[in-house]
Design a protein around this ligand. Structure first.
Ligand code: BES
Ligand code: MN
Ligand code: MN
Length: 458
């Protein structure tokens, strides 16, 4: 089990060029959430379209959407061979707090064998590996042993609002035998993992309104409702003291972990003591009866992400706040439905509305959870590819993050999904000093060259 030696030497001789090109992509501040970067997102799309063309892809096209564009390109000269659809995202998260970055987020630098930049690990680096792996095969071999289609989007970090309609109207264009994605993590530098489940997401804001304006606490205190008191009472009703969610029906559609799956999950390396230490914690909290891995990958959560209201300035102020707000997101697992969960939360909040205030809710994005059977031939090739590049068998695991469009790909195109990542869990996704290990840049390229040259059955 290996790859063509000419491809090995090509990867070595072209390594510096491959890296330089990736740094070029990392210099583009393609932050999808911020409208002032709209043009930069489009520039990143154009950069990728050029990279696809240079790699030998055809029919390369930047499809405009109502939001950010989708980049497509294909190679369809392997009749009778499987077609791989490659998905990735070229948009990135905002960079604040900027002062905590050692170097500018869009001034990529290589330090200690790591590439530092926003998007290095999530997901420009891993997506770029596919382009360079295919380019390597084409330039050494003259042709590809599989058909390939790329669908690279610029809205993953904002929930992919325009990709599902795009997939729906381009089903033929995107038709494939397997969907290959590198946008998940591996377990450690020497321990790859194949992901077979992603959590879904739903999000909402809660608004509490008391009097029509803030009131002097000396003049009115004791006789009127306080929006912050009401909000904290309301929010406290959402969990019990151990962390279980108290929203009625919240867990009713959760597919229970099978004994087999729990046994598999228990084999994953997890040291709670080291985990706590790395996070600066002296205790872990969560749903009783579940391990840390189960809690973070296979169980749903309801988290407060922001709570605000009342006086935030220097010193103290004797005021009774008229309003308060909270931002909440839930991570969902199969078979929870985001809309149904939002309904249940809304019902809970309404029925717990504290005396004297009005509670209103604004709903935001949602994504369905994804789960797949990992006993599939297309996944076996990924096992072999990791084994080849890392010299060790990958583990199978679900992951707690969300890639909102994966469930839609699965539902609309009905094809096996292979989630084969090369990023490490401690590479500061979404945080300052995001980085991507060069070791996984090299291993990732070798694993993908292996994958594309050994995919016989899907
Ligand atoms: N690549 C991540 C998701 C991920 C991370 C999956 C680690 C598995 C392991 C993705 O870019 C991401 O950050 N998704 C967001 C989605 C949200 C912004 C709609 C998430 O999970 O918060
Ligand atoms: Mn990502
Ligand atoms: Mn992300």
């Amino acid at each position: 089990m290996s790859i063509d030696s000419r491809m090995e030497s090509h990867l070595q001789s072209q390594r510096q060029r491959h890296l330089d090109e990736l740094l070029g992509l990392l210099r583009i501040p393609s932050i999808s959430a911020l409208s002032i970067h709209k043009e930069d997102v489009a520039i990143a799309a154009a950069f990728l379209a050029e990279a696809l063309t240079a790699a030998g892809m055809e029919n390369v096209k930047v499809f405009p959407t109502e939001g950010h564009p989708v980049v497509y390109g294909d190679y369809l000269h392997a009749p009778g061979k499987p077609t791989v659809l490659v998905y990735g995202h070229y948009d990135v998260q905002p960079v604040d707090p900027l002062n905590l970055w050692d170097n500018g987020p869009f001034e990529p630098s290589i330090v200690n064998n790591k590439i530092f930049a926003r998007g290095a690990s999530d997901d420009k680096g891993p997506t770029y590996l596919h382009i360079k792996a295919l380019e390597t095969i084409l330039q050494t071999n003259g042709s590809l042993p599989v058909n390939v289609k790329f669908c690279i989007e610029g809205e993953e970090e904002i929930g992919s609002p325009h990709l599902e309609p795009f997939i729906d109207t381009h089903r033929d264009l995107l038709k494939a035998d397997v969907l290959l994605i590198s946008d998940t993590t591996i377990i450690g530098p020497n321990q790859p993992a194949i992901c077979y489940g992603l959590r879904g997401l739903c999000s909402l804001e809660v608004h509490v309104q008391a009097a029509k304006s803030d009131l002097h606490s000396g003049l009115f205190g004791g006789a009127v409702p306080n929006a912050l008191h009401a909000m904290t009472e309301l929010l406290a009703s959402l969990h019990d003291h151990e962390g279980k969610v108290l929203v009625e029906g919240f867990y009713e559609d959760v597919a229970p972990l099978t004994p087999e799956e729990r046994e598999e999950l228990a084999k994953l390396p997890q040291d709670d003591q080291a985990y706590m230490q790395s996070l600066g914690l002296n205790e872990l909290v969560g749903e009783p009866g579940f391990t840390t891995i189960e809690r973070t990958t296979a169980r749903p959560t309801l988290e407060l992400n922001g709570v605000y209201g009342g006086f935030q300035g220097e010193g103290s102020k004797t005021v009774i706040p008229a309003e308060a707000h909270a931002k909440i997101t839930c991570r969902l697992v199969n078979n929870q439905d985001p809309q149904k969960i939002l309904d249940q939360i809304e019902t809970h909040l309404k029925s717990h509305e504290p005396k004297g205030v009005t509670v209103t809710i604004t709903r935001h994005d949602h994504a369905k959870p994804f789960i797949a059977d990992y006993h599939q031939p297309a996944i076996q090739t990924a096992v072999d590819a990791y084994q080849f590049a890392y010299d060790v068998e990958p583990h199978f695991m679900r992951m707690g993050g969300s890639i909102p469009i994966v469930e839609a790909f699965d539902r609309l195109l009905n094809l096996p999904v292979v989630l084969m990542g090369f990023s490490l869990p401690d590479e500061n996704f979404h945080a300052p000093n995001e980085h991507f290990a060069l070791d996984n840049f090299d291993k990732g390229l070798r694993a993908l060259v292996y994958y594309y040259t050994h995919l016989e059955r899907v």
